[in-house]
Design a protein around this ligand. Structure first.
Ligand code: NAP
Length: 333
């Protein structure tokens, strides 16, 4: 991590995110449609809740529609203006991603905001339905495929945004293109770092390609900080859960705080695309959202291009920017 964690925008200027940025600054989102993956719990639930409170209609894209319905009922209590939908999405299965996207496109011609939030961390090596290493498959390839399949609706919105939840642990990642599925060497944290590095490379390339195609779509990546969620405890032995409970109680922030970088990236007017946002504090744990500097490996254009091509061939999802609606020179909201 660089000593000064506050980064610069691609154009060499530090983008002025107000130091007191918080949910009170979220503009009215009435009439906007947002999809939040993993919106049933943790950061996804906190993000969906604030978007709904600001008036957006929110689709909770979740593995379990039962858990999703419980979350939707909870959100509805504080966001009576919002229309909430619960739809099934399993990012570990490309046929589920395709079905989700096809149904969404059938029902919604335009999508204003996609929050690629769902994720798994440091799990034992497993494979997805399509044979991908699960962290790379769920955290990166599933979201690559989802975003590509939703591109027609994102392109049809006036100024859509795609926010992908990465992590400062992307610094642990080192993509080995000869072994992207970590068949030869598997380290749980290294594979997590690889998937989060892929989130950042994907974001940079998506933003570049959308801009080159004349689309008013912007892409952002975020680091939420250290947040007390079930990410590090799901499926873990009791001892690990007890050990994690200590830093969760003493150091970690709540999901409502951890969601701020994603909410800021999703809604701050005029934010240049391609940025990486996270907590302002030097520890990377807490603080109002600021623009951060990702690791140089996350800024490597050649890696971003190569990852895009490999993701396209692995998922068979080709982004068709030319058929997405063009909105030439539309100012950012
Ligand atoms: N917590 C932190 O400190 C931290 C720090 C940096 C980055 N992050 C990132 O923040 C994001 C959200 O994590 P969290 O902390 O909120 O964890 P969480 O509470 O464990 O939530 C993870 C969400 O992802 C969903 N999910 C997992 N596998 C899925 C799949 N195959 N298909 C669809 N959804 C799936 C989970 O669904 P189920 O409820 O069905 O399991 C859950 O909704 C992740 O991308 C994570 O890498 C978190």
């Amino acid at each position: 991590m660089s000593p000064d964690r506050t980064g610069t925008a691609p154009f060499g200027t530090v983008h002025p995110i107000p130091a007191d940025w918080g949910v009170h600054r979220i503009p009215d989102l009435s009439g906007k449609l947002a999809v939040v993956t993993g919106g049933n719990t943790g950061l996804g639930l906190a993000t969906a809740r604030e978007l709904a409170r600001a008036g957006a209609n929110v689709v909770l894209a979740v593995r379990s529609t039962e858990r999703g319905a419980v979350a939707a009922a909870e959100i509805a209590r504080t966001a009576p203006r919002s229309r909430l939908e619960v739809r099934r999405l399993d990012l570990a299965d490309l046929s589920s991603v395709r079905d989700f996207a096809e149904r969404l496109l059938d029902d919604h011609p335009a999508l204003d905001l996609l929050v690629n939030n769902a994720g798994i961390m440091a799990v034992p090596r497993r494979t997805t339905a399509d044979g991908f290493e699960s962290q790379f498959g769920v955290n990166h390839l599933g979201h690559y495929a989802l975003t590509g399949r939703l591109l027609p609706a994102l392109g049809a919105a006036t100024a859509a945004r795609v926010v992908t939840v990465s992590s400062d642990l992307h610094t642990l990642g080192r993509l080995d293109f000869r072994d992207l599925q970590s068949k030869r060497h598997y380290g749980r944290l290294r594979a997590y770092g690889n998937s989060k590095l892929a989130n950042l490379l994907f974001t940079a390339e998506l933003d570049r390609r959308a801009a080159a195609a004349g689309l008013a779509l912007r892409a952002y990546a975020v680091h939420p900080g250290f947040v007390a969620t079930s990410l590090a405890t799901t499926g873990r032995p009791l001892l690990v859960r007890l050990l994690v409970a200590v830093p969760h109680t003493i150091v970690a922030v709540r999901p409502s705080t951890g969601a701020l970088p994603a909410l800021c990236a999703a809604t701050l007017p005029g934010l240049p695309g391609g940025l990486y946002l996270g907590p302002r504090g030097r520890s990377g744990i807490r603080g109002a959202p600021a623009v951060l500097a990702p690791h140089p490996r996350a800024r490597d254009h050649a890696s971003a291009l190569r990852l895009w091509e490999v993701s396209q061939s692995l998922t068979a999802v080709r982004y068709d920017f030319s058929s997405a609606t063009r909105v030439p020179n539309t100012p950012m909201p």
